[in-house]
Design a protein around this ligand. Structure first.
Ligand SMILES: [Zn+2]
Length: 445
């Protein structure tokens, strides 16, 4: 059935609308439209339907809206349904309301984005830092970046994709470190539309499309002259420098791992990559990058062999890599296996960060991790206090005596506890001798 609202008061027109929409029990319109024509100067069905629409509205009682429960408005006979039922989508009115709400929400989002972008552009332009506050690792990354994208770091802007020469892989991690240290700043006004968006009332951006520049120094600005402050900085934080080397060296290992896996059609998961990265980074404290390349070569070769066996796919074979790598390194530690020294893979040039380490400290892929550890020892460990001959003699006797009485652990724990309670060396030893009458500090064997 069709429900009508007729806005004309002309009986002839009212009659026309009623005849146009007259539906029988089968849901059909028995009177052909052609029988209603011509009507005044209207000669075809399209014109007639338009005229009927103009002076009336019609709702199809056979179409119920799933959202508002109302009936669907119909504009011509072809839109009417023969039998009653619920529509699959909300009615035209509901859809129009939703569309309007979406248009308004989009407009609000756009306005909010523009407002936030304006603020962000302003704050990015005004951002300065004090170059002397930058940590040593950040200074080194900046120096290496300057070489990687010369001359843009001091004269212009850059994107992450421009910085590939910095390290063999995971370049984004180094850029993120600069960003978090505020050494570089993103320039919302220079990024292509769509890079920035508002979510949860915050301004976000996709790092891939962000445009960065070096944050200017608060007094010297950001030109070459200012950058000299960074270049001529005396680096003193051994721990920061050492850790940056291990971070860099790990990218040199991971790039080789990725390349080897690619050659053998092995795909590793992100979680496995994280595991192997952490294994390799820890191993770098002992071995050189070139020794670890040979370890990587071996485990990838083994996994590739495995992938050809039945019950294995290339994915399940690749999943054995973290375990294989760990076990191989354990065998090397226990002396059951040895690592050979690989030369730098042809298609894997060192990054500018690697070159910088080589230039400043003479370390590269062939430098053993142990050498790096001792060259960049923690400053507090650099000059251990030397025991006097007298103290050395006393301690030696105490330890001997403690071992002889099978009290070594008790004595060590007691000493540690005394130090923790705030006693100095001599005080702790005196108390210890009092607490363990059987220990003789003067005895010599
Ligand atoms: Zn509705």
């Amino acid at each position: 059935m069709i429900e009508l609202q007729i806005y004309s008061t002309v009986p002839e027109e009212i009659r026309l609308v009623e005849r146009y929409w007259a539906m029988n029990a089968e849901g059909k319109f028995p009177e052909p439209v052609a029988d209603l024509l011509p009507f005044h100067n209207i000669v075809n069905s399209t014109q007639l339907a338009a005229f009927v629409r103009n002076i009336s509205q019609a709702w199809d009682l056979n179409q119920t809206c799933p959202q508002c429960g109302g009936y669907e408005q119909v504009r011509s006979r072809s839109e009417a349904k023969k039998s009653p039922g619920e529509m699959r989508v909300p009615c035209t009115t509901c859809r129009e309301v939703a569309d309007e709400e979406k248009r308004e929400a989009d407009a609000r989002t756009k306005a909010a984005l523009e407002q936030r972008l304006a603020l962000a552009i302003e704050s990015a332009a005004a951002r300065t830092i004090d170059y002397s506050d930058l940590s040593d690792d950040v200074v080194l990354i900046l120096m290496a970046l300057e070489r990687a994208i010369n001359p843009r770091l001091t004269t212009g802007t850059f994107m992450r994709g421009d910085c590939r020469a910095l390290a063999p892989c995971y370049v984004g991690d180094f850029i993120t470190r600069l960003y978090k240290a505020r050494a570089i700043v993103d320039m919302p006004g220079k990024a292509r539309p769509g890079t920035y968006y508002v979510r949860d009332d915050q301004l976000w951006h996709t790092t891939e499309h962000a445009v960065y520049r070096l944050t200017p120094d608060s007094t010297l600005g950001s030109g070459e002259e200012a950058f000299e402050i960074i270049n001529s900085r005396t680096l003193q934080d051994n721990r920061a420098v050492r850790n940056l080397w291990f971070d860099y060296a790990a990218t040199d290992c991971m790039a080789y791992l990725f390349e080897q896996c690619h050659q053998h059609g092995l795909r590793t998961t992100d979680e496995d990559d994280v595991q192997m990265h952490s294994t390799l980074r820890a191993a770098l404290q002992t071995y050189s990058v070139s020794h670890l390349w040979s370890a990587i070569w071996k485990v990838v070769k083994d996994a590739a062999t495995l992938s050809t066996r039945s019950y294995y796919t290339s994915d399940t074979a690749a999943a054995t890599l973290p375990g294989k790598l760990r076990r191989l390194l354990e065998k090397v530690t226990s002396g059951e296996a040895t690592l050979r020294k690989w030369s730098r893979p042809e298609h894997q040039p060192a990054g500018t960060l690697g070159h910088l380490f080589n230039e400043l400290y003479g370390i590269d892929e062939d430098t053993p991790g142990t050498a790096v550890m001792s060259s960049f020892a923690d400053q507090e460990d650099a000059s251990p206090r030397l025991a006097t001959a007298e103290l050395a003699e006393l301690v030696r006797n105490i330890l001997k005596s403690a071992l002889a009485h099978d009290l070594a652990a008790e004595v060590m724990l007691y000493f540690a506890d005394a130090i923790r309670r705030g006693l100095d060396d001599a005080g702790a030893i005196n108390e210890l001798l009092g607490a363990f009458p059987e220990i003789d500090g003067s005895a010599s064997a």
